[in-house]
Design a protein around this ligand. Structure first.
Ligand code: BGP
Length: 475
């Protein structure tokens, strides 16, 4: 007998802007993702100020799921998916973001997409904001620097909850909300909150303010969802990257602890409905006085999440530095190589045990059901005679599923499901390119945007089908 629940939600995950394409179809507005160019081997993605002729914007077409969704969902059904995690592109529903009336064509697209999933008994799992917001809200209001964003987001969430309440039970508000702690990297801040930091501004301070508004928006959305339909389950979505101390030197252990607090306090607010003591002390020490009202605090308290969704790809390792007596974690100076772990071509360490460690870490603190909504291995796949022998991906996923099962069986963690990244090859969020692939299904398209978009089943497709069929017993 499988140790996983009978109704365990096996599936796969993607995000609207990384795979839908059709960036202007159906009345869609321009989102932050639409104005970001692809990166290259040597450069990060470029955040443009509006679309520039002749530049490569990979998500404009992406893998054109928008026009092929029936074929793709059929392939997911063939793999036996019980669920499919995607996001709703905010700009399909509210092209500018501050309208009162939603765009019916956008709603209709998701109606049809969810119906298509349900036809095969695939339950849609939906993220509301996956590294996306309408670009107009950035231009006009400054993105999440502005308190007005709370109303815009809540309105968007309400429209989605009401329209899809009978089709979608599990929702998440903001994808990897805690990724913004990488505010040294423009990409992390801009994609999450739409904030471009100006010269002379304190990026850290801006990030904490934006994050506060997002957390309040999320908490209000949770309250509304429960009023609309008490069966709706609203989760948060945290990027779990456990931070280990380099060794047993006490300063390194303290550094790791402080780094974990800095990365994961978002979950404290989502789950406990209040800021943890270390955050209040941190604001006081830095002299930050974020705009946090009494009504905000009430909303946080009344809008705690129902489950903890998270991604897991890798762990990181940290070391204290002598010039930092306050242990303020900074990924650029404190991250070091873990001597025990190998990494992917993109430097992402491979650490299956870190998944079990992270699940326990969350469980010890948050006592909520968990949902692994992303986990996967990015690699360059090679097509040989129409076949893709991605045994490295199978190995990665197998080892992580083994640890996931231990977390359930030996640690008693309540786990709702597992949706590896990604259901199908899509544009990479970090590189903006196609050749960092994660899918069970290969899509013929390269970094230059060339290819037939033809879909091919990888070896991992057949392997994962068996895993699902056996409820995780046959690995
Ligand atoms: C997560 C994001 C995804 C996704 C994945 C892989 O952080 O939620 O959107 O893309 O990481 O990252 P990348 O595409 O940069 O390899």
């Amino acid at each position: 007998m499988s140790i996983l629940k009978k109704d365990f939600l096996w599936g796969g995950a993607v995000a609207a802007h990384q795979f839908e394409g059709g960036w202007k179809d159906g009345g869609k507005g321009i989102s932050v993702a639409d104005i970001m160019t692809a990166g290259s081997a040597t450069a990060n993605r470029n955040i443009t100020d509006g679309v520039v002729e002749g530049k490569n914007y990979p998500n404009h077409e992406a893998i054109d799921f928008y026009h092929n969704y029936k074929e793709d969902i059929k392939l997911f059904a063939e793999m036996g998916f019980k669920c499919f995690r995607t996001s709703i592109a905010w700009t399909r529903i509210f092209p500018n973001g501050d309208e009162k009336v939603p765009n019916e064509e956008g709603l209709k697209f998701y109606d049809e997409l969810f119906d298509e999933c349900l036809k095969y008994n695939i339950e849609p799992i939906v993220t509301l904001s996956h590294f996306e917001l309408p670009y107009y809200l950035i231009k006009k209001y400054g993105g999440w620097r502005n308190r007005k964003m709370i109303d815009f987001f809540v309105n968007f969430a309400d429209v989605c909850f009401k329209r899809f309440e009978n089709k979608v039970k599990y929702w998440m508000t903001f994808n990897e909300i805690n990724n913004q702690t990488g505010y040294n990297n423009e990409f992390c801040l801009f994609t999450n909150s739409g904030i471009k930091v100006q010269k002379g501004e304190n990026a850290e301070k801006e990030m904490y303010q934006a994050a506060h508004y997002e957390l309040v928006a999320s908490a209000i959305a949770v309250q509304h969802a429960h009023k609309i339909n008490k069966d709706l389950q609203i989760g948060c979505m945290i990027a779990m990257v456990p931070l280990y101390p380099l060794d047993s030197k006490p300063t390194n252990i303290m550094m790791a602890q402080k780094a974990m607090q800095k990365r994961y306090w978002f979950a404290n607010v989502h789950v406990d409905g209040e800021y943890p003591t270390f955050m209040k002390a941190f604001f006081a020490k830095k002299g930050y006085v974020p705009d946090i009202t009494t009504a905000d605090l009430m909303n946080l308290k009344n809008g705690t999440v129902d489950y903890l969704g998270f991604s897991y790809y890798m762990s990181k390792t940290v070391k204290a530095t002598t010039d930092n007596p306050d242990y303020e974690y900074d990924d650029l100076t404190n991250d070091v190589q873990n001597p025990f772990l190998k990494a992917s071509e993109w430097g992402w360490s491979v650490d299956p045990e870190g998944l079990r460690y992270g699940m326990n870490w969350f469980n010890d603190r948050f006592h909520l059901p968990q949902f692994i909504v992303e986990n996967g291995f990015g690699s360059r796949d090679v097509v040989e005679d129409g076949k893709i022998h991605d045994d490295y991906r199978i190995d990665y996923l197998r080892q992580h599923i083994v640890e996931m099962k231990k977390a359930v069986e030996e640690d008693g963690i309540d786990l709702l499901g597992y949706t590896p990244w990604s259901a199908i090859d899509i544009v990479s969020a970090g590189t903006g390119q196609m050749e960092k692939r994660y899918g069970f299904i290969y899509v013929d398209k390269d970094d230059e945007g060339k290819g037939t978009l033809k879909r091919l089943r990888k070896d991992s497709f057949y392997w994962y089908k068996k895993v699902i069929e056996s409820n995780g017993q046959e690995l």
